[in-house]
Design a protein around this ligand. Structure first.
Ligand code: ADP
Ligand code: MG
Length: 311
């Protein structure tokens, strides 16, 4: 079989449909929206954001999932994305699996790939994602106020165990959490209008809640005993280690939101009536004293971690 050329590669694996005014194939895409857009971009580098030799479908899923998560944290559902792909070789098995992982998630949210770029080099995947922001205010990091409850979706710490835990082998359910991050779009969209602030937890609770507090000019008290850790993680590594992973470890892509006390009944109603919205756990409160404080039964909970940083 002759080697796959750049344009055959794009046509075979990525050019799928005409759901937009002008999509893949021209110099730029043209999209129709109601007026405001929200845009985000995230890059995955082989060996940095996923281990070398990571399954191709999981790379495809992850590249899109981390971007969908950023849009969810704005209280929005994504509509379109572009894909800049740098590949060492055009391996058709790899590309087929990559596209399967990518489009399985895209189809779930009716997300359309509208363009991209394909180059040769060390494996690097960049997705840029676009949402129609409509007219309502979006959720930002800067809206938290003293007194707000701090809530997180799902469970924390599972994904980080894959990078950081010495326990071998980890249970499959924990490894799967790392492989297939599930962005919380339904929760983000439902919380727009209820939450004061939101962020997705990509670098760890301490880092990401820290960003919210800094942007909002407030502090936070977190009760470590309330941190939602999965039973399977706690069983595998012990409760104390699980809590430390929940605080310092990233890659879970859960949402952390702050909700004012007067909107808590609305939140409870939402949780009771919308099963699609992930479980939400109250873990603490925003305060007017700057900084983050973690306590276990009233005693300060000490930890080393400050979350993931590239530089
Ligand atoms: P240009 O020369 O304008 O940079 P390219 O030759 O890079 O265009 O790409 C041709 C078309 O294919 C463009 O419409 C571009 O958006 C699209 N494209 C290129 N790579 C990808 C990709 N990996 N996924 C989706 N679309 C792509
Ligand atoms: Mg190009």
């Amino acid at each position: 079989m002759p080697p796959l050329g750049e344009f055959e590669l794009i046509a075979r694996y990525f050019d799928r449909d005409g759901r937009v005014e002008l999509g893949i194939g021209d110099d730029a895409a043209v999209l129709r929206c109601s007026g405001r857009i929200a845009v985000a971009v995230d890059t995955l580098v082989d060996g940095v954001h996923f281990p070398r030799g990571f399954p191709a479908d999981a790379v495809g899923h992850r590249a899109l999932a981390v971007n969908v998560s950023d849009i969810a944290a704005m209280g929005l559902a994504p509509r379109w994305f572009t894909l800049a792909l740098t590949l060492p070789v055009a391996d058709e098995d790899w590309l087929g699996q990559f596209a399967d992982g990518l489009f399985a998630l895209a189809d779930r949210y009716d997300l359309v790939l509208v363009g991209g770029d394909t180059t040769r080099g060390p494996l690097t995947v960049t997705v840029q994602i676009i949402a129609d922001a409509g007219t309502m205010p979006v959720l930002t990091r800067s809206g938290a106020r003293p007194g707000d409850g701090i809530w997180v979706t799902g469970t924390l710490g599972d994904a980080a165990a894959v990078w950081r835990s010495a326990v071998e082998p980890l249970p499959d359910a924990v490894v799967e959490r790392f492989r297939w991050p599930a962005p919380r779009v339904e929760a983000g969209v439902a919380l727009r209008g209820i939450a004061n602030a939101a962020i997705d937890i990509s670098d760890g609770l301490v880092a990401d809640l820290g960003h919210v507090c800094e942007a909002s000019g407030c502090g936070a008290d977190v009760d470590v005993t309330r941190l939602p850790v999965s039973a399977v993680l706690a069983d595998a590594v012990g409760l104390d280690a699980a809590r430390r992973l929940a605080i310092g470890g990233g890659d879970d892509y859960e949402l952390c939101v702050t909700v004012p006390a007067e909107r808590e009944p609305e939140l409870e109603r939402l949780l009771a009536t919308s099963p699609g919205v992930a479980p939400l756990t109250l873990i603490g409160r925003c305060t007017d004293t700057p900084g983050l404080r973690f306590a276990d039964d009233g005693r300060p909970f000490r930890f080393e971690d400050s979350g993931y940083r590239h530089f």
